[in-house]
Design a protein around this ligand. Structure first.
Ligand code: UD1
Ligand code: CA
Length: 482
């Protein structure tokens, strides 16, 4: 069967709940794992079905959650749940936001089940379409079914109803097959059944699960689609579960990249966000975090102890013990150890940023080197230039930031201060220890420091009798002070 045959007409994501167990000012569905919020994961899975209508039902922190959803996926419809509680009511509110004559399959899923895969939703829609059922529910069999809703099957093995833990008899509580809360429904059946669902239960809520029993009473067929991968239906209700799910997601992401040809020396200490991409034969060394939209080329070596956020790394580059954000590291470039690349840093092909160097808004040309102990902000450094140890790009005058440019193959001596705005041309030199405030022309050598003067006999006069004086005398000192 082609995916398009079973494509759901709509997907409704339930995300109106408060998530009190997170004990957080941040709405539960906005907590991130793997560089994406819980609701972001749910939206990504829903989008994989190719549905035309995606609706998220919200209520708690409505505006904040709605804004977050729209930022992720502007085509997503936001549906507001009213004061009637329960998953059934939430689904009804979701349906109300969809075209009134919508037919076909409607998938319902939840905003806090981040490891659910798009393929699983696609399989659910296909299973549902091919069985001709009115309802298909994803179930799993758990060693400890906790407070999940229980799947009650008839003698012939068909699904008869779902009973919530609070409403279950002792015998029903023994059932280990549970309701994941993820379903496929026939749109008309769902719409009709929800009008019949009441709030007469232990929670006083309108349960979506009651639609299953109502479908059976209407003589319609209900199926279960068991999933073996239990992580996919696991919800994040508190921060302990959030961490467990985050670790499992990361384990899966690392495994995926290793299968794609990336060496990950220590997956246990490597954290890779879901949107990161890594080229073949790249090696990720221990304690490395690749975050956000970071991309890494082929044959690069990254780590140990590197954190890259939204950073692009070229082929064959080498990065050690470095923090970088919104930076670009060119092919064959070398960064670290102990470098800090801030936003707007671009290191050209074969360039070098070395130990204890901080860069910001700085373009470092091809093969150019900033090897040691430098602050380099708001700068343009030409190809092949060399910046001596301890150079400071003084870019801030207390009011505004200014730029420094350094030309191709120019050389800045150690411990210089380049007071921006200043322009050092192609092929120019700056003497070590200079405080440069004037532009330097091509071919010039700038010296901007006090000239050295040596004072004869100073130690003998001012430090007589000290070990320094004795050492000077033994070495043949000058005795007469200038
Ligand atoms: C629900 C199911 C239960 C299932 C479990 C799986 C019902 C009645 N029970 O229970 O059978 O085993 O999920 O995790 O459906 N929500 C709303 N509006 C509401 C209530 C909930 O949008 O008024 C959303 C929540 O934000 C959440 C989802 O629905 O994303 C599930 O709600 P929750 O209260 O956690 O349901 P459970 O009690 O876990
Ligand atoms: Ca839940």
């Amino acid at each position: 069967m082609h995916v398009s045959d079973a494509r759901p007409s709509a997907v409704i994501i339930l995300a109106a709940g408060e998530g009190t167990r997170m004990r957080s000012a941040l709405p539960k569905v906005m907590h991130p794992i793997g560089g994406r919020s819980l609701i972001g994961h749910a939206i990504a899975a829903a989008r994989a079905t190719g549905t035309d209508h995606l609706t998220v039902v919200v209520r708690h922190e409505r505006d904040r959650v709605a804004e977050h959803i729209t930022a992720i996926d502007a085509a997503c419809t936001i549906a507001d749940q009213d004061e009637v509680k329960g998953t059934g009511r939430a689904t009804e509110c979701g349906l109300d936001a969809l075209p009134a004559d919508l037919s076909g399959t409607v998938l319902v899923t939840m905003g806090d089940v981040p490891l659910l895969q798009g393929e699983t939703l696609v399989a659910l829609a296909e299973d549902h379409a091919s069985s001709g059922s009115a309802v298909t529910v994803i179930t799993s069999v758990l060693p400890d079914a906790k407070s999940y809703g229980r799947i009650v099957r008839a003698a012939d093995g068909s699904v008869e109803r779902i009973v919530e833990f609070k409403d279950a008899t002792d015998a029903q509580r023994e059932i280990r097959e549970i309701n994941s809360g993820i379903y496929a429904f026939d749109a008309e059946l769902l719409r009709t059944a929800l009008t019949q669902v009441t709030t007469e239960n232990a929670s006083g809520e309108k349960y979506l699960t009651d639609v299953v029993g109502l479908a059976r009473e209407a003589g319609r067929r209900v199926s279960a689609m068991p999933v073996d991968d239990l992580w996919q239906t696991e919800g994040a209700n508190d921060r302990v579960q959030l961490a467990d799910l985050g670790a499992e997601l990361n384990r899966r992401t690392c495994e995926r990249w290793m299968r794609e040809g990336v060496t990950i020396v220590d997956p246990a200490t490597t954290w890779i966000d879901v949107d990161v991409t890594i080229g073949r034969d790249t090696t990720i060394r221990p304690s490395t975090q690749l975050l956000g939209a970071t991309t890494i080329g082929e044959r690069a070596v990254v780590g140990p102890e590197v954190t890259l956020t939204d950073t692009e790394v070229g082929d064959d580059a080498r990065i050690r013990r470095t923090e970088a954000e919104h930076a670009v590291v060119g092919a064959e470039a070398s960064v670290g150890p102990f470098s800090y690349l801030r936003a707007g840093t671009v290191v050209g092909r074969g360039g070098k940023v070395g130990g204890f160097v901080e860069t910001k808004n700085a373009t470092i040309g091809e093969g150019a080197k900033v090897p040691h102990l430098t602050y380099c902000g708001d700068a343009q450094i030409g190809d092949g230039a060399n910046i001596g140890a301890g150079t400071i790009f003084a870019n801030y005058d207390g009011v505004a930031k200014h730029r420094t440019t350094i030309g191709r193959h120019s050389f800045v001596g150690s411990n210089s201060v380049l007071v921006a705005p200043v322009d050092i041309a192609d092929g120019a030199y700056v003497a070590a220890g200079s405080a440069v405030t004037e532009d330097v022309a091509p071919g010039q050598m700038a010296v901007a420091r006090g000239r050295q003067s040596n004072h004869d006999g100073w130690v003998a006069t001012r430090r007589a009798g000290t070990p320094t004086d004795a050492a000077a005398q033994a070495a043949g000192t000058t005795t007469q002070e200038d």
